[in-house]
Design a protein around this ligand. Structure first.
Ligand code: SF4
Ligand code: SF4
Length: 438
């Protein structure tokens, strides 16, 4: 293992954009390009923007370190053209002709790896493949910032997040990993409505949560608070059975969900309207239709933007994918990918999406707050990554220091180390390690 790869492993870095894949594994690959993902397309979340304008040198150094470890000859930073301050900051930090910026349009989901890779290199990831298959590694800008810190022997103990929506002071800030949603929302001035729900990680791809004692992890991009009566919360709260029932009776096969699907227009055979047909089938027929979900990235556009009947094609695709996985059925479609002739014209502008979502009133700048957030307690999950949960290395009653190792990668397994995010005393050790501050 080379030096930087080992430092990344020691620091417990995982994909901070939401993926959670252990970064030391990516750093071990050999590729041509490193692409920094600064697209940040989830509505109302701006934490990557803040990382780029506040720590451009650290982001660019992270690209250089990853290029060094993977042998990549070229680096690209993908940023939306509208985020001029971020573009200027990163441009000012690139003192290396092998790294360039690729300007992205303000579309959703421009941060999807398949789209980002195509936009910035014109290469197409094979169906069911990963960027590595075509000589590329993609890393979120915060992950790259963490890689620079790791090169200075600093483990991951903090997370950049945005708290926005129905809160008194929407803001982006840094929190210790394991801080509760409740404390983070209080830091943003508290909820501004009587009853609320929280979209964790974003409205489009995040999950709806009502338990505010849940912790912020290494992959949490932000918390979007909305009133309980908001249509997005109402829709997301439906049970799977009720989504299926409505879909079965109301889908008229208009195929808008497919025509506006970003993966479909990029040339992949994702056809949610056909997956919707599987709702009407049993055992034999449904597997045929389910296959059209295999290449879906769960971006949510079909459900939340395209369908005129407010049905749930994305959720039908989620179920189809898990059924296929359970039955061991692999994608058997073609390997050829050719972007749709309407690829450019069918992209979804973020502004239009926000209008359709009914969240325009919450579209305020979430200005960065430097003040440190100091929770009384943190609950640090041992599993914040893809792979096997970390094994605790501390016991109840033990004093820990911020940055101290508290969870180790089990021998021979895929995983990530976990560190204490505050100074304190260990109160409990279970699926999470609870540390009370002293
Ligand atoms: S857009 Fe809605 S109604 Fe039309 S095919 Fe898709 S799920 Fe059915
Ligand atoms: S969620 Fe819907 S729009 Fe998004 S990739 Fe999947 S099928 Fe396409």
């Amino acid at each position: 293992m080379d030096k930087i790869q080992e430092k990344i492993r020691q620091a417990g870095i995982v994909g901070a954009g939401g993926g959670g894949f252990p970064a030391h594994i990516k750093a071990a690959s050999k590729v041509e390009y490193v692409i920094a993902n600064g697209a940040e397309c989830e509505p109302l979340i701006h934490k990557d923007y803040e990382v780029m304008i506040r720590y451009p040198e650290k982001v660019v150094d992270g690209v250089k370190l990853l290029m060094e470890s993977t042998g990549a000859k070229k680096g690209i930073v993908g940023i939306k053209e509208k985020n001029k301050e971020a573009v200027d900051a990163i441009s000012g930090a690139i003192h290396n002709s092998r790294i360039k910026i690729h300007l992205l349009g303000d579309f959703y989901p421009s941060g999807d790896e398949f789209i980002l890779v195509y936009e910035s290199t014109k290469r197409l990831i094979p169906p069911q493949g990963i960027p590595l298959d075509i000589g590329i590694v993609v890393s979120n800008v915060e992950t790259l910032y963490n890689i620079t810190l790791a090169s200075e022997d600093q483990p991951v103990t903090e997370k950049f997040i945005t708290v926005a929506g129905a809160v008194n002071h929407p803001t982006s800030f840094v929190v210790p990993v394991g801080m509760s949603f409740r404390d983070a929302i209080a830091f943003a001035g508290g909820v501004s409505v009587k009853d609320a729900g929280v979209f964790v990680g974003g409205i489009m791809m995040g999950k709806l949560e009502f338990d505010l004692d849940q912790p912020i992890t290494k992959t949490t991009a932000g918390l979007i608070v909305l009133p309980k009566e908001h249509i997005l919360i109402q829709r997301k709260s439906k049970t799977e059975q009720s989504m299926r029932r409505i879909g079965k009776s109301a889908c008229d096969q208009c195929s808008y969900c497919t025509e506006l699907c970003p993966r479909y227009v990029l040339g992949y055979d994702v056809q949610p309207h056909k997956v919707m047909r599987s709702l009407g089938f049993t055992m034999t027929g449904e597997h045929i239709w389910n296959q059209y979900a295999s290449l879906c990235c769960a971006c949510g556009l079909c459900t939340l933007y395209a369908c005129p009947e407010n049905l749930y094609p994305k959720e039908a695709c989620d179920t189809a994918k898990s059924d296929l996985k359970e039955k061991g059925i692999k994608w058997s479609g073609g390997k050829e990918v050719t972007p749709h002739p309407m690829y450019e014209g069918r992209r979804t502008p973020l502004k239009q999406l926000m209008k359709r979502l009914g969240i325009e009133e919450y579209n305020h700048p979430s200005v960065f707050t430097k003040k440190e957030s100091k929770p009384k307690q943190v609950s640090i999950p041992l599993s914040q990554h893809i792979g096997t949960p970390a094994q605790p290395t501390v016991r109840v009653g033990e004093s820990v220091k911020r940055g101290q190792l508290i969870g180790e990668i089990p021998d021979g397994k895929l995983g990530a180390k976990v560190h204490a995010s505050i100074d304190g005393v260990v109160k409990s050790v279970d699926g999470s390690i609870v540390v009370e501050s002293i």
